[in-house]
Design a protein around this ligand. Structure first.
Ligand SMILES: C[S@@+](CC[C@H](N)C(=O)[O-])C[C@H]1O[C@@H](n2cnc3c(N)ncnc32)[C@H](O)[C@@H]1O
Length: 192
């Protein structure tokens, strides 16, 4: 039987904390990416967000500054059979070589340190989405982004799964607590 994407996802090699599907969904639905898009994802981590992006766009560049995590991400992407990903052992705070990108995703501790590089690498009106566990990080993102990006939205996605078992029809007892905040930004060339 054919193994589907979500089945493979359950069996990925683990390293740093992965992004979960409820948050991936927010990224996909709050950007204008399509089958012709070029995107950059940093840091690669275990490659979960990279893999989800690569399913839908033309090309993904995936950066991680730690070689050991990059090799986990590479191994996972091979298992997914995705051929449109280029991994780079690079620090996103230092440089982004690619140009005319449609979307940049930053799942790193201090994303604002990559804002200048992201601005130069994105197309006009391109999307920049930061994933951060702490609201103090979001506060800094908003403060720093005002020079280069329009803040479209800040949100937290809470998923509440229900139990459907005969007469037991109600929310499950255990729900996923906090994962992270998503800050949706858009390049605004007039802010240069
Ligand atoms: C939480 S993990 C990312 C998980 C990933 N989004 C996923 O879905 O599997 C954060 C990753 O960012 C990398 N990282 C941290 N700072 C970085 C930087 N300045 N440039 C590139 N990668 C960085 C870390 O090495 C780590 O692998």
């Amino acid at each position: 039987m054919e193994t589907k994407f979500l089945d493979k996802l359950k069996r990925i090699k683990r390293g740093p904390a992965i992004m979960i599907q409820k948050d991936v969904g927010v990224i996909l639905s709050n950007s204008s990416i399509d089958k012709d898009s070029k995107v950059l994802d940093a840091g690669a981590g275990c490659g979960v967000l990279t893999a989800n992006l690569a399913r839908f766009v033309k090309k993904v560049y995936s950066y991680d500054n730690r070689k050991e995590f990059l090799s986990i991400a590479k191994e996972n992407i091979e298992k997914f059979g995705l051929k449109n990903v280029t991994f780079k052992n690079k620090d996103v705070y230092e440089e982004i070589k690619e140009k005319n990108l449609d979307l940049i995703t930053l799942d790193v501790k201090e994303p604002w340190l990559a804002f200048e590089n992201a601005f130069n690498a994105l197309k006009e009106n391109g999307d920049l989405i930061c994933y951060s566990p702490q609201i103090t990080q979001v506060m800094r993102i908003v403060e720093e982004s005002e020079k280069k990006f329009k803040v479209v939205k800040v949100l937290e996605n809470i998923e509440r799964e229900w139990m459907i078992e005969g007469v037991k029809v109600r929310p499950k007892n255990m729900i996923i607590g906090h994962t992270g905040f998503l800050t949706i930004l858009r390049k605004n060339a007039s802010k240069n």
